[in-house]
Design a protein around this ligand. Structure first.
Ligand SMILES: [Zn+2]
Ligand SMILES: [Zn+2]
Length: 334
C-alpha cells in the first residue's frame, strides 16, 4: 500500500510503498477513507520530545471501511464503516474496561491514518450509522477532544465561557459548550479569520485579538468568564486564562498542547482560587456521543473542513500547515 512516512524531526513526510498491514487476532483492517491533519501531528514531526521512530505512519483522526477481519473479531463485519479511536491499549485493565483507554498503562497513540490501510483492534472502532459519511467520521476525534474538555470543566448551565483559540479544538469546544448549556460564549484567536466559524459553532462574540484583555471578555459576557478554555498550546496562554477567569470558583481548562516550559504568576491564581484542569484525549463515550451528534444532524463540524487533499498532495499540504494559514481542518483522502 502507499502511505505518507515520517522521516525524522524537521524533515518532510514522503509518500512511499510499504507492506500492507495485516489484522492480528482481535483486529480489523480498515481502508482509510479520510484522515484529518492535526496540529499535534505537525508538532510530532518538529519536536524531538515526542520520540517518534522514523518510518512511522502518523494520522490519528480517521474513519474508513472494514475490509478484513482478524481472528476472533465478534462485533464488526466487513463493510462496516467506522471512526477509529486512535489509542492502542491492553483491553483488560480497569481503565480499559471502563472505556478509558487513555488511562491504560500500556496506552499508545495509534496512527496509521496517513496510509491506505491500517489494522486496529475491534474495540477501537466506533461504527458509523448510515446517516454519517466517512468524511464526517474523520471529524469525530477532534470533536471528542472538545467534548472531553467541556466535561472536564464541570460546566454549570448558563456559565459564561471564554475559548482561547479557534482551531478545530477550540471550535469543537465551542460546539459542545453551546450544546451542553453554556450561557454566553466568547472566543478569541490570533486573527479574526475564524470569527464566522466560531459563530456557527455557537459563540456569541468574537474578541478582536487587539482588544482581548479581561475587560473585553467581561464586557462581551456580562461578567468575567466562569470557565476559560485554552485551546492553542503556546507559552503565556495559561496565564492569560488566569487573567480572564472570574475570581473565586473560576475554572481554566487546558487543552492546548504546549511542549515547551511555561510560567504562570501563582499569586494571582491563588488569590482568585482558580481551578486549573488539564484535559487530554477522551473516553470511548466521548467518541460515541460525537457520532450521535452527527447522527442527529449536526452540520457544524463539517464546516471546519477547508480542504481535502490526495495522499500525493499531502506532504506539501502538511508542510504548509506549519506556517500561518487560512486552512482550518484539512482532510487527507488516501
Ligand atoms: Zn488530533
Ligand atoms: Zn488497559
Amino acid at each position: 500500500m502507499r502511505a505518507a512516512i515520517f522521516n525524522g524531526v524537521g524533515k518532510p513526510l514522503t509518500v512511499e510503498r510499504v507492506p500492507d498491514p495485516r489484522p492480528g487476532p482481535g483486529q480489523v483492517l480498515v481502508r482509510v477513507a479520510r484522515c484529518g491533519i492535526c496540529g499535534s501531528d505537525l508538532h510530532m514531526t518538529e519536536d524531538p520530545v515526542f520520540c517518534i521512530p522514523e518510518g512511522t505512519i502518523l494520522g490519528h483522526e480517521f474513519a474508513g471501511e472494514i475490509v478484513e477481519l482478524g481472528r476472533g473479531v465478534e462485533t464488526l463485519s466487513v463493510g462496516d464503516r467506522v471512526s477509529v479511536v486512535p489509542i492502542a491499549s491492553c483491553g483488560k485493565c480497569a481503565a480499559c474496561l471502563a472505556g478509558q483507554p487513555a488511562a491504560c498503562a500500556q496506552m499508545q497513540l495509534h496512527g496509521g491514518g496517513y496510509g491506505e490501510y491500517t489494522a486496529v483492534h475491534e474495540r477501537q472502532c466506533i461504527k458509523l450509522p448510515s446517516t454519517v459519511g466517512t468524511e464526517d467520521g474523520a471529524l469525530v476525534e477532534p470533536m471528542a477532544v472538545g467534548l472531553h474538555g467541556v466535561i472536564k470543566a464541570e460546566m454549570q448551565p448558563g456559565a459564561r465561557v471564554l475559548v482561547i483559540g479557534a482551531g478545530p479544538v477550540g471550535l469543537a469546544t465551542i460546539f459542545w459548550a453551546r450544546r451542553l448549556g453554556a450561557g454566553l460564549i466568547a472566543a478569541t484567536a490570533s486573527s479574526t479569520t475564524r470569527a464566522g466559524l466560531a459563530a456557527m459553532m455557537g459563540a456569541d462574540a468574537f474578541l478582536n485579538p487587539e482588544d482581548s484583555d479581561p475587560e473585553a471578555s467581561a464586557r462581551a459576557l456580562g461578567g468575567p468568564p466562569d470557565i476559560v478554555f485554552e485551546c492553542v498550546g503556546k507559552p503565556g496562554l495559561i496565564q492569560r486564562c488566569i487573567d480572564h477567569v472570574r475570581p473565586r470558583g473560576g475554572t481554566v481548562v487546558v487543552l492546548g498542547l504546549c511542549t515547551g516550559s511555561d510560567a504562570i504568576q501563582p499569586f494571582e491564581a491563588v488569590n482568585k482560587e482558580v481551578r486549573i484542569q488539564m484535559a487530554s484525549f477522551y473516553e470511548l463515550a466521548d467518541f460515541t456521543r460525537s457520532v450521535d451528534a452527527l447522527d442527529r444532524g449536526a452540520v457544524e463540524p463539517a464546516a471546519m473542513v477547508t480542504n481535502e487533499v490526495s495522499l500525493d498532495e499531502m506532504p506539501e499540504a502538511f508542510e504548509k500547515l506549519k506556517h500561518r494559514t487560512h486552512q482550518c481542518k484539512v482532510l487527507v483522502k488516501p
